[in-house]
Write a protein that binds this ligand. Structure first.
Ligand code: NDP
Length: 387
């Protein structure tokens, strides 16, 4: 059997390390070609040595000498810069894990899509911001985009063999995050440590905060629209605190298919790694008798306005999703640095959406310009808040 060649963009993060964990358990099936990171040079070099990668790319140029030193004698080339990242994404590897966090991952994801690779997409912000530009590019190049997000991966699995016209709606489940039962007054005082303490999933800091505001579900709503081609009104959100059902597809005949599993990202990642086959994972098996019952409730848009804002941005179209995402990235970073309060995240996003009159993007360069302009204006808004 020929081994599948692999590139992991964001190899040192939560999704990246889970991907490496699976690959290292099945060395007969996978061959790591390229790994990338932003600044974690020690973890990057260590992973590159363990997997015999041929190229390791570090985003922070100042760390290139240290990366080269750590890789000396390993046969793995150390590199930095835009061209190296494009080479990582669109080079030798046939399967690319897109696991950089934020819009920073957009250009390499597009490079992989344009090169016709199989792209396992965790980096939802790239699809949220580029939307149709990315799905059109995939159609042109023949690239396959496989959803890694557990909800979208669940829907993808529930759609096997289906015709889209037979689907009546998608139901994205949401854990509700760590503040599901908290009042707005409680949330106002929440610290970054409390916001990243997700009840079910272990994830990177940014997505953990997004789960606490429910912006993550909002980004996923937009992601689902682009991946599966359904309009906003046919994509519902259902809070399901146990995170056992990862999402559902309702068909026109009244059948609803669900995908279930323990909350371990290695399950959806393995699905994309082995696709269209399957591979074993060490993930805990579901013990439904022990779990006993599953709960569901509707999301509360008053307490969690970020979800409302995301739906409004999707329905407004144009550049709104780019503005939503950029404002959220800046606000979440400021919250994590204790510069603003938890509730101010959604407030800043709402203000940015109200102020922006950006035209719809015609290219990835336009997306990047709108993203940068939004970051600047949210920076000014925050300055005004703290003055
Ligand atoms: P992490 O913060 O844990 O990891 C992010 C990775 O991207 C790291 O390897 C980091 O390198 C790298 N990185 C960060 N910024 C840059 C940059 N500017 N340029 C290049 N590389 C960069 O994030 P997660 O793994 O949690 O999430 C990754 C993506 O997957 C996000 O889009 C998230 O929404 C999505 N996702 C994550 C899930 C999860 O369970 N974690 C579930 C579903 C989706 P370094 O370590 O050096 O900083």
């Amino acid at each position: 059997m020929t081994r599948r060649t692999i590139a992991i963009l964001g190899a040192t993060g939560s999704v990246g390390t889970s991907t490496l964990d699976l690959i290292e358990r099945a060395p007969d099936r996978f061959e790591v070609v390229t790994l990338t990171a932003a600044r974690n040079v020690a973890a990057l070099a260590d992973a590159a040595r363990r997997t015999n990668a041929r190229l390791a790319v570090i985003d922070d140029e100042a760390l290139l000498p240290e990366l080269s030193e750590r890789l000396a004698g390993s046969g793995c080339r150390a590199a930095t810069g835009r061209e190296a990242l494009d080479e990582a994404a669109a080079g030798e590897a046939e399967w690319v894990m897109a696991a950089i966090v934020g819009c920073a991952g957009l250009e390499p994801v597009m490079a992989a899509v344009e090169a016709g690779r199989t792209v396992a997409l965790a980096n939802k912000e790239a699809l949220v911001t580029a939307g149709a530009l990315m799905t059109d590019a995939a159609r042109r190049s023949g690239a396959t985009i496989l959803p890694v997000d557990s909800e979208h991966n669940a829907i993808f699995q529930c759609l096997v063999g289906a015709r889209l016209e037979d689907v009546s709606r998608l139901i994205l489940t949401a854990s509700g995050g760590p503040f599901r039962t908290r009042s707005r007054a409680d949330m106002a005082a929440m610290t970054p440590a409390q916001a990243v303490a997700h009840p079910n999933w272990s994830m990177g800091a940014k997505i953990s905060v997004d789960s606490a505001t429910l912006m993550n579900k909002g980004l996923e709503l937009i992601e689902a629209h682009h991946l599966f081609g359904l309009p906003s009104e046919r994509i519902d959100i259902l809070v399901h605190p146990q995170s056992v059902i990862h999402s559902m597809v309702e068909y026109v005949d009244g059948s609803t298919l669900a995908q279930l599993g323990s909350p371990d990202m290695r399950i959806p990642i393995a699905h994309t790694l082995a696709w269209p086959q399957r591979m074993a994972t060490p993930a805990e098996r579901l013990d439904l008798a022990r779990i006993g019952s599953l709960d569901f409730e509707l999301p509360d848009l008053e307490r969690f306005p970020a979800l409302r804002l995301a739906r409004e941005a999707l329905e407004a179209g144009g550049a709104k999703a780019i503005v939503l995402n950029a404002a959220n990235e800046v606000a979440v970073a400021a919250f994590l640095a204790s510069r603003i309060g938890f509730l101010e995240i959604a407030e800043l996003v709402e203000q940015a959406l109200a102020q922006s009159d950006a035209s719809p993007p015609q290219s990835v360069a336009d997306v990047i310009d709108i993203d940068a302009a939004t970051r600047d204006s949210v920076g000014d808004m925050m300055q005004a808040l703290t003055d």
